[in-house]
Design a protein around this ligand. Sequence first.
Ligand code: 5AD
Ligand code: SF4
Length: 465
Amino acid sequence: MTTETIRTSEAASESGEVRAPRKVFVKTYGCQMNVYDSQRMADVLAADGYSAADNAEDADLVLLNTCHIREKAAEKVYSELGRLRRMKEERAARGADLVIGVTGCVAQAEGEEIIRRQPAVDLVIGPQSYHRIANVVRGARGGTRQVETDFPAEDKFEHLPKPDARATRARGVTAFLTVQEGCDKFCTFCVVPYTRGAEVSRPVGQIVAEAERLAESGVREVTLLGQNVNAWHGEGPDGTAWGLGRLLFRLAEIPGIDRLRYTTSHPRDMDDTLIAAHRDLGALMPYLHLPVQAGSDAVLKAMNRKHTGDDYRRLVERIRAARPDIALSGDFIVGFPGETDADFEETLRIIRDVTYAQAFSFKYSPRPGTPGADRDDQVETAVKDERLQRLQALLNEQQEIFARSLVGREMDVLIEKRGRKAGQRVGRSPWLQPVICDENDGEIGDIVRVRINEAGPNSLFGTKV
Ligand code: 5AD
Ligand code: SF4
């Protein structure tokens, strides 16, 4: 039975009228910050009587939490909206309703344009206004289309309800925690400074309190999130200025928090204290996502990265000196405007020099409003395709070599969930790889010593020692 046909008396509204229990489905696109935001929106709506649905069919409110980073990501949203429009029309024919909302970075970037392009959309709300989502949804249900894309003055995080302990428990033993949002770096390819706004750090007290609540609900591994997470800064309880390194030390003191990670970092914000944290803090996992984007100094300059290829190489050397077993992951863009064959070879060279355990690579996608999009020396699609293939072949090879180097080794694995096959458990290695082991090797939430027997393309297989 679908929810809109259920009528109970338990959900009486303020005016005394009886309404059905509402169900929300949030579909998340893009980065981990969107995953975090989706959960927080679900928490806000839970306080307003919405329970979570597993799919759009079972929901009467569907939110698409969108990504605008590349053109493909944004286009996917419009095709999904087309599908939801048909679902809405079918329901209307049965006298049932479906409220459709667009949140996230496409919402922020396109605002009202979304409703013009897809009139079935009832509400559009940008990332800085999620604490207001319950009101916006009520407004939309009242029959007025809602568009909320201002950057409000108040602190969103102050106004978001505390993560719900039961929901957190259901979400598992690892969690994301946003500590910083927005970006002031203005890389010339990137929309983030426009969609997420200026760099803002959450205060220490708020972050510690949220981490403590996560620990109480059984979370053992916390990943700190920010578009430029290592630019995080705040005032410590002692009144001194703290950077991310100090914050990590503080969070490691929380009983139950055994593992810490952070993402995504900009090479220019890796300071000495943070590097020292990699040396001294056992809870900080030996894995770092540190995008370089390209290898050629000319392209890095055109991208406004404000560092050279050699600056990055030296930085990686310092990090590896502090934590020899650290593995790196990165992001790469091929075909930025003006990129020559020789420039591209420099990207391959930096990858060979640094070596990555994991990487994400993309064809440059001109984003409206960014400086890169206006350049008249765009690289042809066929050239981008060819470069991406060569780049990915090299990165895949490195990923495989790294995974194979772990076979025969012992490591601590955090058991996270049941496997797809009966009798299996899936855990996570210090280097973020899924590790498949036997259910007798440990319960969910245990950190167990595992020997790796085999490396598959996307996961490791191991046994408790
Ligand atoms: N085109 C292609 N890739 C992009 N990224 C960001 N903007 C673009 C763009 N316009 C990539 C960068 C960034 C990652 C999140 O997405 O590599 O680090
Ligand atoms: Fe985008 Fe550059 Fe900011 Fe990262 S540092 S979010 S790539 S502008």
